[in-house]
Design a binder for this molecule. Structure first.
Ligand code: DX5
Ligand code: ZN
Length: 230
C-alpha cells in the first residue's frame, strides 16, 4: 500500500504547502478533480472525516481514504472531526493515511494518542476549534509535526474565514520549531491565505475556493502565487 508509514511533513521544509480539501469535490468526479489539483502542484490531499457527532455533518470514511491511496502516492492528510479519534486511527492508518490530525476537544489523553500515531509511523497533527484557547495545546506542541488552526467552526465547507483566529496562529507559531508545520483550514482563499501567512501559517487547506472554481488548476496556481515563500 503506497504511503503507509510515512510522515510527510518533514519533506516540505521551508516551503508553502497547498492541501486541497476533498470534502469540496464533486464526489462523482473525485478522481479527475484530484488529478487537477495534483497536476497544478498541490502537495497534499486533505481528507475531512466527520462522524455526525463531534460535528453535525457526515462525510467520508476509511473506504474513501483507501480509494484515494490507490489513486495517488500524494500524502493523505486526514483531519478527524470525530468524538472518539482513538477508535479510528488504526483503520485510517490501514487505509493509507500519511498523517492524522485529531481535535484536542475530543482527546481525553492527547499524549497517548500522539504515541499511538507515532508508533504507526504517521505524521501527527493536533487541532482546535475556533473557541478553544491556544494554551490548551501548548503542552503537546513539542510532540507534534503539525498544528492545524481551524479558521471556521469545523463541520462544513464553504464558510467564511474567521479573522479573529489570526492572533492564535501567531501565538502558536511563536512556540513552534521551524520544521513544525502550521496549517490553516476554513475559508482559505487568495484573499485570506496571505493574512494567515503573515501570522505564521505555512500549510493551506482550501476546499470550496479550489473545487468550485471554473478552472481548478488556475485556482491552485492563484493560491500558490499568493503564499509562495520569498
Ligand atoms: C471544515 C473542514 C475543512 C473544509 C474547508 O470542517 O475541516 O477542511 O472542508 O473547506 P472550505 O475551504 O470550503 O472552507
Ligand atoms: Zn479539514
Amino acid at each position: 500500500m503506497n504511503g503507509q508509514g510515512k510522515n510527510p511533513w518533514a519533506s516540505f521544509s521551508g516551503r508553502a504547502v497547498i492541501a486541497p480539501s476533498l470534502l469540496a469535490c464533486d464526489f462523482m468526479r473525485v478522481g479527475q478533480q484530484c488529478r487537477d489539483v495534483i497536476d497544478a502542484g498541490a502537495e497534499v490531499l486533505h481528507v475531512d472525516i466527520m462522524d455526525g457527532h463531534f460535528v453535525p455533518n457526515l462525510s467520508m470514511g476509511p473506504g474513501f481514504c483507501k480509494s484515494a491511496r490507490a489513486f495517488t502516492s500524494h500524502p493523505l492528510d486526514v483531519h478527524l472531526m470525530v468524538t472518539d479519534p482513538a477508535y479510528y486511527i488504526e483503520r485510517f492508518a490501514e487505509a493509507g493515511a500519511d498523517s492524522i490530525t485529531f481535535h484536542i476537544e475530543a482527546a481525553p489523553k492527547p499524549g497517548l494518542l500522539i504515541e499511538r500515531l507515532r508508533s504507526l509511523g504517521l505524521g501527527v497533527g493536533i487541532t482546535l476549534r475556533p473557541g478553544t484557547a491556544a494554551e490548551t495545546i501548548f503542552d503537546y506542541l513539542p510532540h507534534v509535526d503539525m498544528v492545524l488552526v481551524m479558521t471556521v467552526e469545523p463541520g462544513y465547507g464553504g464558510q467564511s474565514f474567521m479573522p479573529d483566529q489570526l492572533p492564535k496562529i501567531q501565538a502558536i507559531r511563536s512556540r513552534l520549531l521551524t520544521h513544525q508545520r502550521l496549517e490553516v483550514d476554513g475559508g482559505i482563499t487568495s484573499r485570506t491565505a496571505p493574512l494567515c501567512r503573515q501570522a505564521g501559517a505555512d500549510t493551506y487547506v482550501s476546499g470550496t475556493d479550489l473545487f468550485a472554481a471554473p478552472n481548478i488548476r488556475e485556482a491552485v496556481a492563484q493560491l500558490r502565487a499568493c503564499v509562495a515563500s520569498g
